[in-house]
Every structure is written in C-alpha cells, then in structure tokens.
Design a protein around this ligand. Structure first.
Ligand code: A2G
Length: 360
C-alpha cells in the first residue's frame, strides 16, 4: 500500500515528524511528489526522482543541496525585514545521506514544507507576475557567485536547440502514420521557425552571452508565494545547471503570460498577456539591473518566444515518440500541450512590438 510505503521511506530520514497522512502533489510531469502531513508541523515534501529521466540522481541531489546551502548563507545575512524569503531545506537520512534509495531501486529526497505557502498554475494578477519576476531575479543574483563547475550537468544539452531539433528529426522517423498525420501542421511550424529559434544558442556559443547558474525549469508552478501573493522562493531545483539568463526568463514568461494553463485544450483561452509580461520584467530587472548586459536585455522578448517554442517542440517530439518522456493522462495529451504552446507563440508574435523594452 502506498501509505505504508511512504511512511516507511519517510522514517528513513532524520527529523522529529510523526507520519499522519499524505497527499499527492500531482502538477509535475516528471517526478512523483507527496506532501507528508505529520501530527505536528512542520510538514514535509517527499519526492521520488524519476531516474529514467535523470541518469545521475546522486549528482542531481548534490546540485540541489549545494545551491540551497549557498542561498541559505545569503539569507542568513539579510535584515529581519527581509527574513520572509525562503529556500528549500533538505533532510538527511539516518545514515547521513541527502537521498534514500529504496529496495525497488527508486531514489527519494525529503524537504521541509514551507508553511503557509501556495503555488499557482496560472497567474491571475499583475502583483503575482511582478513578485515572480523578483523571485527569479533574486535567485540568479544569489547564485551569481556560485562556482558552476561544481554542478553536475544533470541532463546534458537540456535547452540546446540543435539537440532538441535532432531529437525531433529522429522522432519523425519512428512516429506512427496516425501521429504524423495529426502532427503535420505543427511539424511545418517547427521547420519554418528553425533559423530564428537558433539565434540565442549562437550567441551563447560565441560567448557573447555569458553562462550563469540557471534554474532551467522556471514555470510559475515552481515558485512559492505566501497567501498575500508575496514571493517566497523557487522550488524544484532538479535542473540547476550552467545556462543563459534567457532560459530562465523565457521559460517563466511561458507560463506567467499564458492566460490559460499549459494543459488547457480550449485554445481560445490561450493568449499572451502583455501586462503580465511588463510586470514580470519590472520585478525581474529590479533585482538584475546591475548584472544584466545590454545584449542580454535586448533579447528578452526573443527568450520568451524561444522557450515557448522549445517546450512546444519537446511536447511534439514526445507525442511522435509515443509518449515516452512526459507523464500523460490521455493519448493526445502531448499533442494538446504542443498546440497550446504554438497558440501562445502566435499570440506573442502578434504582440511582439508591445513587449519590446522601449515600449514598456
Ligand atoms: O515539464 C518538466 O518540468 C520538464 N522538466 C521541463 O523541462 C518542462 O518541459 C516542463 C513543462 O511543463 C524536465 O524535463 C526535467
């Protein structure tokens, strides 16, 4: 029984909590995540890391723990007023490790649940967008002096556009006739956008845009807020790796500015919200003013387009591959996700002038 299993795993970790019940937190597409409700707070979050997706789980967990520790040191130096900021804290197992490997070969990690925090699947106010921007700017600022060479590259070439195109092209060769047929209009879009979608990668490769420690999965549901909409911290740091600022900014905008959730199938509801873009950018730049270069700044709108596109491409590729990567609930789920992202690109493209910084 799942309850017994989770309780047993929970008890492998060092803490004072007494297991009472659990609740699945089902919004992620990769790992299995459970809120562990104890008899007396704090609660905990127990996560099974998907080792099909992440080949080096111990490396991944070391990354997360080291980055959290680095940020915690910065928080310790803050004034009392700013002490509401948070960072994930990891529990250790009774034998001193940051993860537990269960007999069935699965890897688990346990973090303290941040009390009175909430997440959002979509953004409903400019204030949340603004706070979200500040959170990311703060994360990148706190990790600016983190030695990126310490980090394991948990998924090599994660946001590398040429790599994602090559996976797409390989998927075209193995896809069923039926899926190829369903995907046809979107396959054409992928081909048409190829050159533009490589611009940022080229700037990264030439060194014109610098490498930083980036989060790499900055969708809005990976940000914690308090009940008054103030940002607390970014969570789900599984993919912290060296990257460019555009990965994180663009991936965040992808969900912040979508008027519908990523899984919405009614495409009439999917629009790009320019007001939220402006609010997010304002919060982000408030924290990043000193460290962002003119070239990085100029390419923020393209970052949004590129990161929406790379997710569309990955959802489409997974659909063509027969759904081997993302968790899906029905046969067309990945195709629907890709359609949602393509609709968002279309809407952003129509409003592209309005998101250019000089028009804010
Ligand atoms: O789904 C997951 O979180 C993905 N993470 C992320 O890259 C993005 O595709 C997202 C879409 O909602 C991993 O692939 C590790």
């Amino acid at each position: 029984m799942l309850r017994e299993k989770l309780k047993t795993i929970f008890e492998e970790f060092e803490h004072d909590g007494e297991f009472y019940s659990f609740k699945e937190l089902a919004s992620g597409h990769i790992n299995d995540t459970y809120l562990i409700i104890t008899r007396k707070k704090p609660y905990f979050v127990l996560q099974r890391i998907n080792h099909g997706v992440f080949k080096d789980v111990p490396g991944l967990i070391e990354n997360k723990v080291a980055v959290s520790r680095h940020i915690q040191k910065k928080l310790n130096d803050l004034s009392e007023k700013k002490k509401k900021r948070r960072v994930l804290a990891f529990a250790k197992t009774k034998d001193g490790h940051s993860f537990y490997k269960s007999e069935d070969g699965n890897y688990w990690n346990l973090t303290y649940f941040i009390d009175k925090s909430v997440t959002h699947e979509i953004v409903t106010s400019k204030e949340i967008a603004y706070q979200g921007g500040k959170l990311l700017g703060q994360f990148l600022t706190y990790t600016d002096d983190f030695d990126a060479s310490q980090l394991t590259e948990v998924i090599p070439k994660f946001h590398d556009m040429s790599f994602r195109y090559s996976q797409f092209e390989a998927a075209l060769k193995v896809a069923s006739k039926e899926r190829l047929g369903q995907a046809k209009p979107y396959i054409k879009k992928v081909e048409a956008l190829k050159e533009e979608m490589h611009i940022l990668q080229k700037l990264k490769e030439s060194g014109d845009i610098k490498l930083r420690v980036t989060h790499n999965d900055t969708k809005i549901s990976n940000a914690l807020f308090n009940k008054k909409d103030k940002g607390l911290c970014l969570i789900d740091t599984d993919t912290v790796m060296p990257g460019i600022v555009h990965y994180d900014f663009g991936d965040a905008i992808r969900t912040i500015c979508n008027t519908a959730a990523e899984d919405e199938t009614n495409l009439d509801l999917v629009e790009f919200n320019v007001e939220f873009y402006k609010a997010y950018t304002k919060g982000f730049l408030k924290k990043m003013k000193k460290s962002i270069s003119p070239l990085e700044l100029k390419h923020l709108p393209l970052a949004a387009k590129t990161m929406i596109f790379i997710m569309a491409l990955r959802f489409l590729t997974d659909y063509l591959n027969g759904d081997t990567y993302y968790k899906t609930k029905y046969a067309e789920h990945n195709l629907d996700r890709a359609k949602n992202q393509f609709k968002l690109i279309q809407s952003l493209t129509e409003k592209y002038d309005e998101v250019q910084l000089e028009n804010h």
